[in-house]
Ligand binder design. Structure first.
Ligand code: MG
Length: 248
């Protein structure tokens, strides 16, 4: 069931979204060779606690940390730990916060040190696909209109789009209806109405889009072990447009 949010609820989600923006501002400059993913996770948790919020992922189905930090061929749900970043790594940093009972969710992929052109393009394609999805928005359109635009953008860049993980409604829970696939056909899926809050999150693969989960039961990697990137923001749709709550 899709729940449309009131102005008061949107304000609460905005507060959680503001915390995520602060986290990105703090963590992005700390992404350097030699830093452990656990250290980045601790920075994120400190920002959330200082704001009086709670990490949305910690304890979610038993996830042990605040952020999901996935490197290189890892797509999503990587567990922060002792591993240290190396020059050329791709770092996908996915973070959720709960403030006064309301949730926001966002992700970025950053590079460590010097990246080759392919890695830079992979990062830009995830962000570009997100923007292409929103560019397809028209009042009264359907989720499928955005999904199709995201897929078209990614495939035109010569990459593929992950099917097994999709965007979602968000607000009173971390994951709400509707699902927001990053592939599909225009005109399909639920209508986008005022008060709908979505986390839209394309995941791009350098090679084939198929993924699998490692033995830690969390880390999702590309089956062919080629690189991946991720971009996610939480946004609210209004009568005729939308507001990106976690965007720059
Ligand atoms: Mg999400």
């Amino acid at each position: 069931m899709i729940s449309l949010k009131s102005a008061r609820e949107i304000q609460m989600i905005r507060e959680a979204a503001e915390v995520l923006k602060k986290i990105f501002a703090k963590v992005k400059p700390a992404v350097k060779a030699g830093v452990s993913t656990e250290e980045l996770d601790a920075l994120a948790e400190a920002v959330i606690r200082k704001a009086g919020g709670e990490p949305a992922f910690k304890g979610y189905r038993g996830f042990p940390k605040t952020a999901c930090i996935s490197l290189n061929e890892e797509v999503v749900h990587g567990i922060p730990g002792k591993r240290r970043l190396k020059d050329g790594d791709l770092v996908s940093f996915d973070i959720g916060a709960k403030v006064d009972g309301y949730y926001a969710d966002a992700a970025r992929t950053w590079g460590v040190g010097n990246l080759d052109e392919n890695k830079k393009k992979l990062i830009e394609t995830a962000r570009g696909a997100f923007q292409a999805g929103l560019a397809a928005y028209r009042p009264g359109c359907r989720i499928g209109d955005l999904s199709a635009a995201i897929q078209t953008f990614i495939e035109a860049e010569g990459y593929q789009v992950v099917r097994d993980y999709v965007g979602h409604g968000i607000g009173r829970a971390l994951h709400e209806d509707p699902q927001v696939p990053n592939y599909g056909r225009p005109g399909q899926g639920p209508k986008i109405e005022a008060g709908l809050v979505l986390a839209i999150e394309p995941m791009v693969t350098e090679g084939n889009y198929q993924v699998e989960t490692l033995e830690d039961h969390w880390t999702v990697v590309t089956k062919d072990r080629k690189l991946s990137s991720h971009y996610e923001d939480t946004l609210v749709f209004t009568e005729k447009s939308y507001i990106n709550l976690t965007g720059e």
